[in-house]
Design a protein around this ligand. Structure first.
Ligand SMILES: CC(C)(COP(=O)(O)OP(=O)(O)OC[C@H]1O[C@@H](n2cnc3c(N)ncnc32)[C@H](O)[C@@H]1OP(=O)(O)O)[C@@H](O)C(=O)NCCC(=O)NCCS
Length: 172
């Protein structure tokens, strides 16, 4: 039973310490969503870079504008989501509109379902419908989270030796 009062916020300096703890907690684990790979030595520059991504400025080749959201409670970051503002050919194929993750110590108690729901609300509010969301077939928690939020399996494809499941979620 989820009893947390968590909010979705844009990245801001208030959460610097929690962000650093979050990255340390991830250790060598592959990081989702991709902005967790950004260098965070200079925290102000990290925030500025996220803002550039949000505004579509200085994007690397092949990237579309995207907004990062933090799921927070008090001063703590519980999870991170990244909402792509549109698809291009590459992420329509594999990647989709939303990437997200929950910090390891907080997994398995409903926060992934909540984070996806709140991020879907942002997507639908901005006119994205349906939302394309993809996961590796072996990632049972991710697939169940997507299905719990109304995901309908559209197709499965091979990608780099893995099977990627491609789901669609329509606004209610
Ligand atoms: C995927 C992830 C975000 C899910 O977050 P979470 O907070 O653990 O998920 P929840 O507790 O909300 O559970 C979501 C669903 O997965 C199920 N689930 C949770 N952990 C599971 C596990 N280890 N194995 C199988 N199912 C699991 C839950 O029962 C729930 O399904 P239900 O609603 O049908 O009961 C989290 O595991 C994570 O951050 N993983 C690493 C990053 C990642 O893989 N991101 C997704 C990339 S596509």
């Amino acid at each position: 039973m989820l009893t947390t009062i968590a909010l979705l916020v844009l990245p801001n300096a208030k959460y610097e310490q929690s962000y650093r703890e979050y990255i340390a907690e991830l250790g060598d684990e592959e990081r989702y969503p991709f902005p967790l790979d950004f260098d965070h030595t200079d925290f102000a520059e990290l925030l500025a870079k996220k803002e550039r991504f949000r505004n579509g400025i200085d994007l690397p080749d092949g990237f579309v504008a995207s907004t990062t959201y933090w799921l927070v409670e008090g001063d703590e970051i519980l999870g991170v989501a990244n909402l792509r503002h549109q698809l291009n050919e590459r992420i329509r194929h594999a990647g989709g509109h939303i990437g997200l993750g929950v910090r390891p110590a907080k997994r398995g108690c409903g926060l992934g379902n909540l984070l996806l729901k709140l991020t879907l609300d942002k997507a639908f509010d901005s006119g994205i419908n349906p939302v394309h969301i993809h996961c590796h077939k072996h990632n049972a928690a991710s697939a169940r989270m997507i299905i719990a939020n109304g995901g309908i399996l559209e197709s499965e494809i091979g990608d780099g030796g893995e099977v990627v499941q491609r789901y669609l979620i329509n606004a209610l």
